[in-house]
Design a protein around this ligand. Structure first.
Ligand code: SAH
Ligand code: SF4
Ligand code: F3S
Length: 497
């Protein structure tokens, strides 16, 4: 029997890992209502756009995606078009104004209700709008209640790979950095009960997951109180560490002020915890940090960085920077350059400041750095970071690292080798310090943790050869001359941010 009768859902996701997870949960819920996923918008009965508002560019991406599907509505008036997530929460009216053919606008706190809301549109042909209370309009408890973490149904097909999954441990953010929309799009900071998280991790491992990434906007601020019991992120990690079958535990994103020693000790001591910390600095100038309301100085940040490296030898640290924030002079920008030069981050994500309506920065400070200057500063800072990334990567050459093999590299092509009849493909994965490694191996290695000797490096990628029985043979594993370096891909896979 054909299953053509099943309704089909198409989804596009932009934004951070939290959004990737939200899309998985929405698809999981729709599958329970009989839907199947399609990658063809033309064939879809329901088209969903899970959105991001962190920068204007992300919003424009969604509006142009909506523009592209507009004609589908004319062909199939029954199709349901939905906008979900951060932009839906922030701009419910504006979306309907700019794209009046949108049927469904669902904020981050209401995503669990998507199947019912879709059914309502189909039954009534009336647009449906479901968003949380604004933080300025109601008391904290009311707002909290309207941003509900649901995470009930998972959908393995929507994960980065079948053996890697995101787990939300915290929703929202209370830091209110002046440039940022996230506290209003994701609501107040709320930590999930540890038992729920541990159960979810167990369930994921039963489904074949080897690596979990714990997600929170300021993940290291996680704390859960039950009576007298207080569970911090370090306790949460310790409590899941011994789950059999779980191989790796990651967590993002860290807030510099909440990087406590108990957490660093757990990162050092527990073998499954990845030795990698993403701790955005945002700027190297105290004046700018003050206007950003980051609540720390550069001296504090550099001390914290030194403490991370002292307590977790070999730890890799990465950062985010915003260039061209309101009032950033050439002199203050040079302080960011100096910080990036000295801090030797593994990598940094660098963003041009994008003014966001409704934030304190938009209210208080003019967006006074011209776009060409932002662009130039972005390139300059990136150049300094890239030089450091290159040095960091070069230092890895000759090392043996453990890689969780994620799949074929983007440029994977079958390459013949002198060694075997078994065709090797170019694979990619990450080390315990989150370095991306590309190497040749059999597809059987996908999902395994393998040892790789690093032979070459670019600023973004390491290249190496697998050191396992499967590929080079047991007795010659160490003595074997290393094969030719794998072909370099021309594009590199970078994490979603
Ligand atoms: N919660 C995380 C990530 C927030 S968004 C954290 O606090 O680190 C990811 C990154 O986007 C931020 O670290 C910041 O560098 C950048 N960002 C946020 N708002 C921005 C804006 N208005 N313009 C440009 N970049 C921004
Ligand atoms: Fe935004 Fe700051 Fe919260 Fe991160 S900590 S989500 S940058 S407000
Ligand atoms: Fe974007 Fe929302 Fe994430 S604004 S960065 S999708 S929390």
């Amino acid at each position: 029997m054909m299953n053509a009768a099943k309704p089909r859902v198409y989804i596009e996701t932009v934004g951070c890992q939290m959004n990737v997870l939200d899309s998985e949960l929405v698809i999981g819920a729709l599958r329970q209502h009989g839907y199947e996923l399609t990658d063809s918008p033309v064939e879809a009965d329901v088209l969903l756009f899970n959105t991001c508002s962190v920068r204007e560019h992300a919003e424009e991406k969604t509006y142009s995606a909506l523009g592209r599907v507009r004609h589908l509505k004319r062909r199939n008036p029954d199709a349901v078009i939905g906008v979900l997530g951060c932009m839906a929460q922030k701009d419910q009216e504006l979306i309907r104004k700019r794209a009046p053919y949108v049927d469904l606008v669902v904020g981050t706190g209401q995503l669990g209700g998507v199947p019912e809301l879709v059914a309502k549109v189909q039954a009534t042909r009336e647009p449906q709008l479901a968003v949380s209370l604004g933080r300025a309009d109601a008391g904290r408890h009311e707002v909290e209640a309207s941003f509900i973490s649901y995470d009930p149904v998972r959908d393995p097909s929507m994960r980065p790979t079948p053996f890697q999954a995101y787990v939300r441990i915290q929703i929202g953010c209370d830091k209110f950095c002046t440039y940022c929309v996230v506290p209003s799009t994701r609501g107040p900071e709320q930590s999930r009960p540890p038992e729920h998280i541990w159960n979810e991790v167990r369930q994921l491992v039963d489904q074949g997951c080897k690596e979990v990434t714990l997600l929170g906007q300021t993940v290291n601020s996680y704390v859960y109180h039950q009576g007298d019991r207080r569970t911090r992120l370090s306790d949460l990690i310790a409590g899941m560490h011994d789950i059999p079958g779980l191989k790796r535990i990651k967590f993002v994103t860290n807030y510099p002020k909440d990087m406590t020693d108990d957490l660093l000790d757990v990162v050092r001591e527990l073998p499954k915890v990845v030795k990698y910390l993403h701790v955005p600095a945002q700027s190297g100038c105290d004046e700018v940090l003050r206007r950003m309301k980051r609540n720390y100085t550069t001296a504090y940040y550099m001390d914290m960085l030194a403490r991370c490296r002292e307590r977790v030898p070999g730890v890799a640290v990465s950062s985010d920077f915003i260039v061209g924030f309101c009032g950033e002079t050439e002199e203050s920008f040079q302080k960011s350059v100096e910080m990036v030069r000295v801090a030797r981050f593994k990598n940094s994500f660098i963003f041009k400041y994008s003014e966001r309506a409704g934030t304190k920065a938009a209210e208080r400070y003019p967006d006074d750095v011209p776009d060409e200057v932002k662009k130039r500063r972005n390139n300059d800072l990136l150049a300094v970071q890239n030089e450091n990334s290159r040095l960091d990567h070069r230092a890895q050459v000759g090392r043996m690292v453990e890689v969780l093999v994620e799949g074929p590299s983007r440029m994977a092509s079958k390459v013949a080798t002198a060694a075997a009849h078994s065709p090797l493909i170019q694979l990619t994965g990450r080390t315990m310090t989150d370095h991306i490694v590309v190497f040749d191996g059999t597809p059987r290695l996908i999902g395994q943790i393998v040892r790789v000797v690093i032979e070459d490096a670019s600023p973004f990628t390491l290249y190496g050869s697998v050191l396992t029985d499967e590929v080079v043979g047991v007795e010659t594993a160490r003595a074997a001359p290393l094969r030719e370096p794998p072909r370099r891909p021309s594009r590199f896979s970078l994490p979603v941010i």
